[in-house]
Design a protein around this ligand. Structure first.
Ligand code: ATR
Length: 274
């Protein structure tokens, strides 16, 4: 029997998730088939239900449906409930659809394991206060950074997000203008969508230094404006390809009960990304 999964998004044609999951299937000797499914805000709920009714065992959910996916599930993991975001849906053996979020664990696994930047006791800056930022906050705070500051174009959203998670550690929020008063950060994570339009955030010069890691949660063939800026300031940089792979491994674990080794997928992905 082949277990069928899909990733639902809009647009979805360029998603690398099918490649990643097919490779995981081969390496763990699980028979799986993983496809892409396009949907719309109006039809998303039906898309999920139809997928499960047709025999699908689960699906990934990507932009812009992660918040909408919360409503489709019969129950949620604690993390997904708190984040208000679901990127993995699993048809449990009791017949219920269970929603999980694996973005945070995926990001942390990439930074800590692959890039070897411990987050514990480090100063972490998160740029952006939208769904992507919200989805990774718990996982970052679980690593016990000395501080997690959220900066956002709309300052009130950063402050509100910090308040939601302030029982989990030292979290604060502000607009970008307040960054001038803060010391340099060890890890700066870009969770805004600003890079997609090619625009660079206006950040103070001293924000990063030679020891810092600048991590852009988006992945693209070329370095993003944020990464180029960080390189000019001596920081090491990473894009979100590793996060994509690690969050996929966490989803695979939920569905198939085995966490695949992730290193073997990179040569193929780099080949595909040119
Ligand atoms: P996602 O689910 O990908 O996080 P989102 O919820 O729409 O998408 O959030 C987008 C984030 O990128 C927000 O933090 C947004 O800032 P605002 O809350 O002020 O809108 C940020 N963003 C988008 N374009 C930006 C730009 N040109 N400059 C700075 N921040 C930008």
């Amino acid at each position: 029997m082949i277990n069928r999964y899909t990733v639902i998004g809009q647009p979805i044609a360029h998603s690398l998730s099918p490649v990643v999951h097919q490779l995981f299937g081969e390496h763990t000797q699980r028979k799986i088939k993983y496809t892409r499914t396009e949907s719309t805000t109006e039809t998303f709920d039906t898309t999920v239900r139809d997928w499960i009714a047709s025999g699908g065992r689960g699906c990934n959910v990507t932009s812009p449906f992660k918040e909408q996916a919360v409503q489709v599930c019969d129950r949620l993991s604690r993390e997904a409930h708190r984040a208000g975001s679901v990127n993995t849906i699993h048809l449990h053996r009791d017949g219920n659809l269970v929603g999980h979020t694996t973005d945070g664990p995926g990001l942390v696994a990439d930074i800590v394991k692959n890039w070897r930047y411990p987050i514990a006791d480090k100063r972490v800056l998160l740029l952006g206060a939208g769904g992507a930022a919200r989805g990774v906050m718990q996982a970052i705070l679980k690593q016990s950074p000395s501080m997690l500051h959220i900066a956002n174009r709309t300052a009130e959203k950063a402050v509100a997000l910090a308040e939601i998670f302030d029982d989990l550690g030292a979290v604060s929020g502000s607009g970008y203008d307040a960054l001038g008063e803060l010391d340099a950060f060890d890890i700066v994570i870009n969770a805004t969508t600003s890079g997609m339009s090619g625009t660079m955030l206006v950040l103070p010069e001293h924000l990063m230094n030679a020891g810092s890691l600048a991590y852009d949660m988006t992945y693209a063939q070329r370095d993003t404006p944020f990464m180029l800026w960080a390189q000019q300031h001596g920081a090491s940089t990473a894009n979100g390809l590793g996060m994509l792979v690690e969050q996929a491994a966490e989803s695979f674990l939920i569905w198939e009960d085995v966490r695949p080794k992730t290193r073997m997928v990179y040569p193929r992905l780099h080949e595909m990304l040119g």
